[in-house]
Design a protein around this ligand. Structure first.
Ligand SMILES: Cc1cc2nc3c(=O)[nH]c(=O)nc-3n(C[C@H](O)[C@H](O)[C@H](O)COP(=O)(O)OP(=O)(O)OC[C@H]3O[C@@H](n4cnc5c(N)ncnc54)[C@H](O)[C@@H]3O)c2cc1C
Length: 398
């Protein structure tokens, strides 16, 4: 397989970079986990600018608000957005909610939701996990009971990222309590301002409010927001997860973080060579260079795993164990990268405030803490390894 980009793709990359240089503040350093109000407002405005250029989901067909661009151009765009840490409040819509609606939604749902994603108007959250249903998601207890033209929803969802910012939610609920557990689940969409929905904040160990609990108390969801057939939601929900785990831009995001770390080590090395400066060495003796070389190679491997997934998507396939492999790899790489950065910077790296003692405003300490959750979110590494073993390698279930 030839992973090189074509001239057309490279010239599109240059155009995207130009746009990002013009639109992002010079010192912009967005971290999706650092959703302060001013950053969120900027993120919404920036997404609207992407939408105006038709760059939220450029590979989608024009009828859905896309531009019908070749899929690899969308890959280039995602890479550049991630590398430059540009915000995109339509990310869930483009990467997994929208693709699921394209595959399983009816015409009315496509007409309503897809242009809402490409215009930047819809911000999604995902309501899958429950207090007693995570890895074993099929044991979820949230109930949906049909009542005329509505379903009445009762239950509690947990760890829902961005639910406090989202205006729409896609979620799974049990519609048949008698059927085997995978076969009694349906897939729904609801506006977040529907009466009976309340969102409670959960603060992660980096002391940031990113995820939430969502309580459904007799919430009415119109039948028109059932996606696919009743009781077939498990299979739709799994397709969403396949798309979610595909996230092709993560390698680019980590490449930027890695380059910043290399830059930091170089600067420290240069300072240590100044006469009379006792700053840390550039690390050749303590193994830092070898560690960085290893991380550089691993980053490249992650990039190719992403391209494999992207190449399947560009052919209209839905990657499955391939996405799981990429997801495990990226999330574990992120932890190694953050750990290496923290080790290199020492205690200075843990200070978040701007000061002469802090290093990169504590970016690596924050990434270290938030990266712990990345091997849990969208299915834990153990679950991904199970998928790779069974579906990728054809091994039997233990
Ligand atoms: C940062 C973050 C964001 C998230 N965002 C969302 C979101 O937006 N929406 C949403 O619905 N959920 C979200 N989640 C929840 C996430 O999907 C679950 O936490 C995850 O699926 C694990 O479920 P659990 O927490 O119940 O852990 P458990 O399922 O209880 O797992 C506990 C441990 O047991 C292991 N384990 C469980 N079953 C097996 C098995 N069969 N084989 C081997 N090991 C096993 C797990 O790997 C894990 O180590 C998020 C989580 C995090 C950390």
């Amino acid at each position: 397989m030839d992973y090189r980009f074509t001239d057309e793709e490279e010239s599109f990359r240059a155009e995207v970079r130009e746009f990002l240089r013009a639109e992002l503040p010079e010192d912009w350093d967005f971290d999706p986990f650092e959703l302060t109000e001013d950053k969120w407002d900027f993120a919404r405005q920036f997404t609207t600018k992407l939408a105006t250029k038709g760059w939220v989901a450029p590979a989608w067909p024009q009828e859905y608000g896309g531009q019908g661009m070749p899929y690899m151009q969308q890959v280039v765009l995602s890479e550049e957005i991630a590398y430059h840490r540009a915000p995109n409040t339509s990310l869930i819509g483009v990467t997994y909610a929208g693709p699921t609606i394209i595959v399983y939604g009816n015409d009315d749902q496509k007409k309503q939701f897809l242009p809402g994603i490409t215009s930047g108007g819809i911000v999604w959250c995902q309501g899958y996990s429950e207090p007693n249903a995570g890895s074993d998601l099929a044991s979820l207890q949230t109930r949906a009971v049909k009542d005329g033209d509505d379903y009445i929803i009762n239950g509690t969802k947990i760890w829902s990222s961005n639910a406090h910012k989202a205006n729409w939610c896609f979620f799974l609920a049990r519609t048949d309590t008698e059927a085997p557990k995978h076969k009694g689940i349906s897939y729904f969409i609801t506006p977040m301002d529907a009466p009976g929905i309340s969102v409670r904040p959960l603060v992660n160990m980096a002391d940031e409010h990113v995820f939430n609990e969502i309580v459904f108390d007799n919430v009415r969801v119109p039948v028109k927001y059932l996606v696919g057939e009743e009781n077939r939601g498990w299979y739709i929900g799994m397709t969403t997860l396949d798309f979610e785990r595909s996230n092709i831009s993560t390698a680019a995001q980590y490449r930027r973080t890695f380059e910043q770390l290399v830059e930091y080590v170089k600067q420290q090395g240069a300072r240590s060579e100044e006469p009379g400066n006792g700053a840390a060495s550039n690390g050749s003796r303590d193994g830092t260079q070898a560690k960085l070389a290893e991380l550089a190679i691993e980053n490249q491997v992650g990039r190719y795993l992403s391209y494999r997934v992207a190449s399947m998507q560009s052919r209209g396939q839905i990657p499955n164990y391939e996405s799981s492999a990429a997801k495990v790899y990226h999330s574990e790489y992120g932890q190694r990268l953050a750990g290496a950065g923290l080790q290199i910077m020492g205690m200075h790296g843990t200070l978040r405030e701007e000061s002469k003692h802090s290093r990169m405003r504590g970016r690596f300490a924050r990434t270290y803490l938030t990266s712990i959750g990345s091997t849990i979110a969208a299915g834990t590494s153990e679950i991904q390894r199970g998928i790779i073993a069974q579906r990728g390698l054809g091994l039997s279930r233990i």
